[in-house]
Design a protein around this ligand. Structure first.
Ligand code: ADP
Length: 356
């Protein structure tokens, strides 16, 4: 189901009543969420992600603008008539009900022609449980389950009516790092299998980048950039987006474009075409560096952090640069870093001595 937001705006009365200034939580959003895709709404806390989701779900009414599902205007429909499934950060399971009863719950309120027989309800509940792989937990109570299992139950409950649109609000935030990764892959698998258009809210850029077909980067209620994760990462439209995506963060230098060269300090670092001579920001992702003796930006290498097969290197400040550089290079370069490596890394140094 394609979801379209047109001129969507939500204002809340400001906290300071005297000033009477509204908070514009969602400011004139216009975008299309294509059918069957998983979209990440990404931005720092308070940028309007949950408000956007709540507008799409119908839990909130917009101040202005319209929402369309598959071409139909749903703006005035209540949540229960929109064909959506909702999953929140805190699972929101009924503690006194078993897993099976929790999953059955949304089916028990169906009325009129939608009403199901007991057998049909059970079939649907079992199917949803199979999808999220919790069949063996059907008779357990939520308190007996891990956070990851509880979140799967919440997802099964959201899926049991086979919604046209699945809305997930920070669904992984309460899980520890390992479960977060596992559940994230699980959500991706389920989304691919069902083909349900899914909107996933997160403040975690890595999470959004890894799970989404498309990300919407937001700040202060304003959409900054929409695109495939790699596109947004490689070609951010502004400094905010450049800084918000990527760990370790992008290296940003104040530089200059002159005679078709980009300069950082005195160093010409890149040949460019079609940029008029001017002051610019030069952004270099940590993985964009190669270690090269006497190359541009040449400087001593300082602290080292080992990250799996790669190492993250922080340069010592170079006189002509106002900042250090963080680069990620292959572990084969450890040799070049020698002593500094031994000093910065608490295990065995390259010469077999225990460091520090
Ligand atoms: P996010 O989900 O990105 O953290 P929210 O959508 O929750 O952001 O909030 C966006 C902005 O709207 C924030 O400034 C927040 O304080 C404000 N806001 C959200 N809900 C309400 C509300 N019910 N009343 C007043 N202000 C609100």
């Amino acid at each position: 189901m394609e979801v379209v937001l047109r001129n969507l705006t939500k204002k809340f009365p400001g906290r300071d009543r005297k000033k009477r200034e509204d908070v514009i939580a969602v400011n004139d959003f216009n975008f299309v969420i294509p059918d069957g895709k998983l979209i990440g709404l990404l931005g720092p806390s308070g940028c309007g992600k949950s408000t956007t989701l709540n507008l799409i779900s119908g839990l909130l009414k917009p101040t202005s603008g319209r929402i369309f599902f598959g071409g139909d205007d749903v703006t005035d429909l209540p949540p229960e008539n929109r064909g959506i499934g909702l999953v929140f950060q805190n699972y929101a399971l009924y503690p006194h009900l078993t897993v099976k009863q929790n999953i059955l719950f949304p089916l028990q309120n169906l009325k009129g022609k939608d009403k199901l027989s007991k057998r049909e309800m059970l079939e649907k509940a079992n199917e949803a449980a199979r999808l999220v792989q919790i069949e063996e937990l059907m008779e357990s109570k939520p308190a007996e389950l891990s956070g990851g299992q509880q979140q799967r139950v919440a997802i099964a409950r959201a899926l049991v009516k086979m919604p046209m649109v699945l809305l997930l609000d920070e669904p992984l935030s309460n899980l520890d790092a390992r479960l977060r990764l596992q559940t994230r892959e699980e959500i991706r698998r389920i989304q691919r299998k069902t083909g349900i258009t899914t909107i996933f809210v997160t403040h975690d850029q890595e999470e959004a980048m890894s799970i989404s077909d498309m990300i919407v980067v937001m700040k202060d209620g304003i959409v900054q950039q929409i695109g495939k994760p790699q596109e947004v990462y490689d070609s951010p439209v502004n400094l905010f987006v450049a800084r918000f995506l990527g760990t370790p963060p992008i290296n940003l230098f104040e530089g200059r474009a002159k005679d078709n060269q980009l300069y950082i300090g005195e160093d010409a670092v890149l040949r460019v075409k079609g940029i008029a001579d001017q002051e610019v920001f030069v952004g270099i992702r940590p993985e964009g560096f190669i270690l090269q003796e006497n190359g541009p930006l040449c400087c001593a290498l300082g602290g080292v952090e080992v990250m799996g097969r790669d190492i993250s290197v922080v340069s010592q400040n170079k006189a002509s640069l106002s900042q250090s550089i963080r680069a990620i290079v292959g572990a084969e370069h450890l040799e070049k870093i020698g002593k500094t490596y031994a000093a910065g890394y608490g295990e065995k140094g390259p010469d077999g001595d225990r460091a520090m």
